[in-house]
Design a protein around this ligand. Structure first.
Ligand code: HMG
Ligand code: MG
Length: 286
């Protein structure tokens, strides 16, 4: 089985969206540029979401236009609907990430619609993206547990993942939004999803609320997953998921992977000494 692992850096979006204090656009641009310098080949730069819902990302277009775009690095953005897609397309992202949830409660609070309606939105985004040969990732939030609805059945995640694949999404990122995963529960969820979706189309997106994200990654590696989302400095959370804390820190993931003999292509030294402190310095409460 391959020892190559793909890391998708989501800190500039998933991390900064949760910060209460306005972060100057220039600092966000510097963070993205620094992460790219570390050899991160996939970076979720920002989100074209409603500035009323997430004021911190109101400068999405300025950030996207200000960053360096070295060839070979994929710069993606989060979009919740067709309106977001139409705003994003002007900045020519290499990929977009759409979102839904395995639970109704979070879907409503996060994007103000039902799961069924979120799938309709994803359909319209895919139709729009289709002509442009753009990669589309899909997030499923709360694959283990929802802060509003409680435990989520693995079969529900599997059904949704299969639907997203059938609709035409290229990759499905499995979000443990509130870090509720234990090795057993993550394994049970993956076992169900893998019945429905090839492993090469999956990524793990594990928040580290309970300090178990690295365990979830370990279980996922054993199940064959080779793509993981993480955030430099452990930035992150979700304003619409009470209790959701940082994503698993990119530097911790890379270190753990390298120790186990996996290759990431990432310069751990630069990441640890430059990028992670830069990200960490953007936290309002340190
Ligand atoms: P809504 O209020 O229901 O939208 O928000 P609406 O369609 O009723 O429109 C209301 C107004 O918003 C209109 O403007 C629209 O034009 C505008 P008005 O006519 O009143 O002036 N609008 C927009 N403006 C800018 N960009 C847009 C956009 N869409 C509508 N894209 C909406 C619905 C989905 C927009 C809103 O709920 C939203 O933006 N939600 C995003 C929430 C979010 O960003 N959450 C955090 C990210 S998710 C996450 O962190 C989880 C993840 O990391 C995975 C995991 O951990 O599990 C991905
Ligand atoms: Mg997240």
């Amino acid at each position: 089985m391959s020892k190559r692992v793909r890391i998708i850096e989501v800190g500039p979006r998933d991390g900064l969206q949760n910060e209460a204090e306005t972060i100057p656009t220039g600092r966000k641009i510097r963070l993205v540029d620094t992460l790219a310098d570390c050899g991160l080949k996939q970076i979720e730069v920002t989100g074209f979401v409603s500035p009323r819902w997430v004021p911190q990302l109101a400068d999405a277009a300025e950030v996207m236009s200000g960053i360096n775009r070295p060839p070979g690095t994929c710069f993606s953005v989060l979009i919740p609907n067709l309106e977001g897609m139409k705003r994003a397309i002007r900045c020519a992202p290499d990929a977009v990430a759409v979102l839904t949830s395995a639970s109704e409660g979070f879907c409503q609070r996060n994007i103000n619609c039902s799961i069924a309606e979120s799938l309709n939105r994803i359909r319209s985004v895919l139709a729009f993206a289709g002509d442009r040969k753009m990669l589309v990732r899909a997030y499923i939030s709360n694959v283990i547990e929802c802060p509003y609805d409680g435990r989520v059945a693995p079969a529900q995640v599997a059904r949704l993942a299969h639907t997203l694949l059938t609709l035409g999404c290229d990759e499905i990122s499995l979000g443990d939004t509130i870090g509720a995963g234990t090795p057993d529960r993550v394994d049970a969820m993956l076992a169900a999803v893998l019945e429905a979706v090839p492993v090469t189309r999956l990524a793990g997106h594990y928040h580290n609320t309970n300090g178990r994200a690295l365990d979830s990654i370990k279980v996922s590696l054993a199940r064959g997953l080779r793509a993981f989302d993480s955030a430099a400095g452990g930035l992150g959370g979700c304003p619409f998921a009470p209790g959701a804390q940082g994503n698993v820190a990119t530097e911790q993931v890379v270190q753990a992977l390298h120790e186990e003999g996996y290759e990431t292509g990432i310069d751990l030294e630069h990441l640890t000494s430059v990028a992670a402190p830069l990200a960490h310095g953007m936290r309002s409460q340190q």
